[in-house]
Design a protein around this ligand. Sequence first.
Ligand SMILES: NC(=O)c1ccc[n+]([C@@H]2O[C@H](COP(=O)([O-])OP(=O)(O)OC[C@H]3O[C@@H](n4cnc5c(N)ncnc54)[C@H](O)[C@@H]3O)[C@@H](O)[C@H]2O)c1
Length: 184
Amino acid sequence: MDQVSYFSGKTALITGGASGIGAALACRLAALGAQVIISDIQQDLATQVVSQIQESGGRASFVHLDVRNFDQFFQVISEISPLDFLFNNAGIGVGGYFSDHNLEDWKAAIDINLFGVFHGLQCGFQVMKRQGFGHIINTASMAALVPSPAKLKLLWWLERLFPSLLCRLSFKQMKKILQPLGLK
Ligand SMILES: NC(=O)c1ccc[n+]([C@@H]2O[C@H](COP(=O)([O-])OP(=O)(O)OC[C@H]3O[C@@H](n4cnc5c(N)ncnc54)[C@H](O)[C@@H]3O)[C@@H](O)[C@H]2O)c1
């Protein structure tokens, strides 16, 4: 199946779609014929991406969604029918020395990078199970998979969450999802 037939007519919700990887993903999926729902907390930036897609003839819309908020996530997802793809892409980076971080940095990283993904999985899985189909794709850095001395409890959880999800998909299924996006 070619890329267009795979995504054409499908609906994709992308969290953190206002910039970076999420915005690029939104543009690519829309160019392949998908109906793209861009969610983010940065409304101005997100609506620029929506306009860009629409001007190129694609189908896109914006919905405000803070992935830290489970109820909001559930509400947004419940209103999309059917939901073919959920991209749990929203995330933040907290870099630098541990001593430079404060409690708020840590709380934000855990709330967004861990609970944000978990909320998406919980809400997306419920809806997709009911519909009988759907794909959930989580964006993570290699830090989620590769051990390092600096690894902290957050990554410990991600490590366990990801393989448990991945093992539900055969290698063939993974290739089918990722290849049309140009990922190998
Ligand atoms: N760019 C990289 O090199 C890299 C490396 C490893 C992992 N990642 C991961 O890839 C994903 C995308 O990264 P990016 O580089 O495109 O970053 P980015 O900062 O350009 O995009 C992230 C988006 O997430 C949104 N966001 C932040 N908090 C949110 C919240 N609470 N609710 C909803 N949206 C929120 C931001 O507004 C932003 O639009 C992230 O999960 C990031 O951790 C990126």
